[in-house]
Design a protein around this ligand. Structure first.
Ligand SMILES: [Zn+2]
Length: 271
């Protein structure tokens, strides 16, 4: 338990894009103290430059922040008195967290140790360029919503089960990741009808079929089978950590269709 639950869970939630994070949680690349070079800015600071819906449409950093606002509004309504907005940090290059030092290679992740969702927004370009997602705003917003899904799990005490069962097609890790995808779908269901407390208006216009297709494309692009197939030409279900393309799409759709987090109980479900 050397790294504590935070370190272990970074392995889980940070491996969103199938990247091996062992290097930053105790391996050779880990640095102690001082951290690595990079720039990080909290959501609150960054938000000062993002004051309009137009900014959210044109600037990817602002879109992440606006999406976080929407997520806070939706989950605050779904789980009144239970949901606490996680912290948000945008970074470039590298960032020091309670879960260890991370670089952009990690992809977006949630760190339970400091209850913060971390995003290198340059990574969204990789979602299309490297992972082959169709792109589009909802593809990016799905990624933000997935990480906030981990925050919800953290607050609901649902992350503990993952310890000690972090790989395999039927593992607690995969079940947890698919639940985060389902929670992302729940958010999407409500995003266009839940008013932002600041403006009284919802963040999103009603979603189009293209939007939903973009989110599903993103979900599929980071399926374990897709990533493994692209990397090695074969798949090894025993090493799955996040679920297949088909599973990720299906669980996002489950949450999106129902809008009810209760439909996202993957713990005992047929995956
Ligand atoms: Zn995840």
């Amino acid at each position: 338990m050397g790294g504590g639950i935070g370190g272990l869970l970074l392995l889980l939630v940070g491996a969103y894009f199938g990247v091996d994070l062992s290097g930053i949680t105790g391996g050779q690349q880990a640095s102690s103290g001082g951290g690595q070079q990079g720039q990080a800015v909290s959501g609150d600071e960054a938000f000062q430059d993002c004051t309009s819906g137009q900014a959210a449409n044109e600037d990817v950093d602002c879109r992440v922040i606006a999406t976080a606002e929407s997520l806070d509004a939706v989950w605050g309504q779904l789980l009144p008195g239970e949901y606490a907005p996680p912290q948000l940090t945008l970074f470039t290059g590298a960032v020091s967290t309670a879960c260890g030092d991370a670089t952009s290679e990690v992809g977006p992740f949630y760190c339970p140790g400091d209850r913060t969702a971390y995003f290198d927004t340059a990574f969204f370009q990789e979602l299309t360029d490297r992972f082959g997602a169709s792109g589009g705003p909802l593809a990016q917003e799905y990624v933000v919503a997935h990480e906030f899904g981990h925050a919800v799990q953290d607050q609901q005490g649902l992350l503990a089960a993952v310890q000690g069962d972090r790989a395999g097609a039927d593992s607690a890790a995969v079940r947890s990741e698919l639940q985060a995808d389902c929670f992302a779908g729940v958010w999407a269901h409500h995003a266009a009808s839940t008013p932002d407390p600041d403006t009284g208006r919802p963040l999103l216009q009603p979603l189009t079929q293209t939007d939903v297709s973009d989110a599903l494309s993103a979900a599929a692009s980071v399926g374990d089978d897709r990533i493994q197939e692209a990397a090695t030409g074969r798949t090894d279900p025993e090493t799955y950590t996040h679920g297949t393309a088909e599973q990720r799409q299906r669980w996002f759709s489950t949450g999106y269709d129902s809008g009810d987090p209760g439909t996202c109980d993957t713990s005992a479900a047929q995956l």
